[in-house]
Design a protein around this ligand. Structure first.
Ligand SMILES: [Zn+2]
Length: 373
C-alpha cells in the first residue's frame, strides 16, 4: 500500500512536464471558455509580476470536492482543480480531508456539531478511505504533492500542488504511532489538532471545554509533529489550547482559517486580538477565511486581512479559503479570483512584497521551519 502511494506521488511529480507542455499546446490553439479569457483578458502587470515571483498558498482547502460528505460517498465525482489553480496563479493548497465527519451534523442554524461518540476504530477506518480519495483527486487533476522544502520551492514551476492535510487528528484515537503511520503512508505534512469534536487531543472553540485546553496526548502529538516534520495547525482550538500549544511546540504554529473579532461571542470560530498574538508569538501564521456573511466582497476580505495585520503584523497573516467546506456562500469560491484579491490588497496600500507574504510567503516560512528537510 505504502509503495503505491509513493509511486503515485512520483507520477504526480513527473507530470509537471506534461502539464507545462499541455498549457503551451492550449495557448497555441485558442482554448475555449475561461482559459481563453485568462490568456487574452486584461491583466494587471503588477499583479502578474507579484504572483509569478512569489509562491501562493491556500492554508486550508477542500477544493476539487475532496470530501466524501457525511454520508461517506467516496466515489462521488471531483470538481476541476488543476485548471482554476493554474488560471488564478494559486501554486499550493493545503488539501484537507476531514477526520470527524461521520459523527458531526450541520444544525439548522448552519453551525456544525458532534452528535455522537465514534465507535472504536471508526474514525481510523474513515481516514483510511478519506486519504486515498485525496490521492485519487491528485491523480485525476494531475497535481504535484509537496512533501519537503525542495518540493515546495519547486511548486511555482512544477504546476498546481497540494500539501496533504487533515482537519482533525481524530484518526489517531489516542495512538501516537499513527502520526508516523500517516506521515509515511499518506504523506501527511499538515495536521489540524481538533475540529468539531472534542477529541483525544483537546478542546474546541465551538463546545464547552473538557481538558482546560489541550490534553497530555495533545501535547505529545505536537511534539511528535515537531520531530517528524508536520505543520501544527490549531484552527478550531480555543485560546487556552493555543497558549499551551505555543509553550509546547518548538516550531511556529498555524491557525489556518478564521478572522479577527474584537470580542468573539461564546463558541465563535473567530479569534480575539490576544488569540491572534499567541499565534504570532510563535512566529506562526493565521489564515483569514472568506465567508460572504462576514466579508461580502473581495475588498471587504482584504479589509479583514488588513485588520489582522494591524494586530499581529504582516509577517503573520495569510489566507485559508476553506474552499467547498463552508456551510454558506464564500466570497472567494474559485482560485481564478486570486489576482482580484491581490489587486484589492495592493489597493489597500500593501506593497508587492507584503502582498506576496500574505498570499503565501508567510506559510512557506512556517512550512520550511516545520520540515526536517
Ligand atoms: Zn475546513
Amino acid at each position: 500500500m505504502t509503495e503505491r502511494w509513493k509511486e503515485r506521488a512520483a507520477v504526480a511529480q513527473r507530470r509537471r512536464f506534461l502539464v507545462g507542455a499541455g498549457l503551451l499546446g492550449l495557448a497555441g490553439c485558442s482554448p475555449p471558455g475561461p482559459l481563453r479569457t485568462w490568456l487574452a483578458g486584461p491583466r494587471d502587470a503588477q499583479v502578474d509580476a507579484m504572483l509569478s515571483s512569489h509562491i501562493s498558498v491556500d492554508m486550508h482547502s477542500h477544493a476539487g470536492r475532496v470530501l466524501a460528505g457525511r454520508s461517506g460517498d467516496f466515489s462521488r465525482s471531483f470538481e476541476p482543480l488543476h485548471d482554476p489553480m493554474a488560471m488564478g496563479g494559486m501554486n499550493v493548497i493545503c488539501l484537507a480531508v476531514v477526520a470527524d465527519s461521520p459523527v458531526t451534523r450541520v444544525l439548522p442554524n448552519r453551525t456544525i456539531s458532534a452528535v455522537r461518540s465514534p465507535e472504536p476504530g471508526e474514525l481510523y477506518e474513515w481516514a483510511l478511505r478519506a486519504f486515498p480519495r485525496a490521492f485519487a483527486l491528485v491523480d485525476q487533476e494531475r497535481l504535484n504533492i509537496v512533501v519537503d522544502r525542495a518540493s515546495l520551492a519547486a511548486a511555482s514551476t512544477n504546476g498546481p500542488s497540494v500539501i496533504i492535510a487533515s482537519e482533525g487528528a481524530d484518526f489517531l484515537e489516542g495512538r501516537i504511532e499513527r502520526v508516523d503511520e500517516f506521515y509515511e503512508r499518506f504523506s501527511l505534512r499538515h495536521l489540524q489538532m481538533t475540529h468539531y469534536r472534542v477529541n483525544e487531543l483537546g478542546d474546541i472553540q465551538t463546545a464547552p471545554g473538557v481538558y482546560g485546553g489541550v490534553s497530555a496526548f495533545g501535547e505529545e502529538v505536537i511534539r511528535r509533529c515537531n520531530q517528524r516534520g508536520i505543520v501544527v495547525d490549531v484552527a478550531h482550538a480555543p485560546l487556552d489550547f493555543v497558549k499551551r500549544a505555543a509553550d509546547t511546540t518548538t516550531r511556529p504554529l498555524v491557525l489556518s482559517h478564521t478572522s479577527l473579532a474584537a470580542q468573539p461571542r461564546e463558541f465563535s470560530r473567530l479569534i480575539s486580538p490576544d488569540h491572534a498574538r499567541a499565534i504570532a508569538a510563535t512566529g506562526g501564521v493565521i489564515g483569514v477565511w472568506p465567508p460572504a456573511a462576514r466579508f461580502p466582497t473581495l475588498g471587504a476580505l482584504a479589509g479583514g486581512i488588513a485588520d489582522l495585520v494591524d494586530v499581529v503584523g504582516v509577517a503573520h497573516v495569510g489566507i485559508g479559503t476553506d474552499m467547498l467546506g463552508l456551510t454558506g456562500p464564500s466570497v472567494f469560491d474559485s482560485y481564478t479570483l486570486l489576482p482580484d484579491l491581490a489587486r484589492e490588497l495592493l489597493a489597500r496600500g500593501f506593497s508587492t512584497e507584503e502582498t506576496g507574504l500574505i498570499l503565501g510567503g508567510n506559510y512557506v516560512r512556517v512550512f520550511n521551519a516545520s520540515m526536517l528537510a
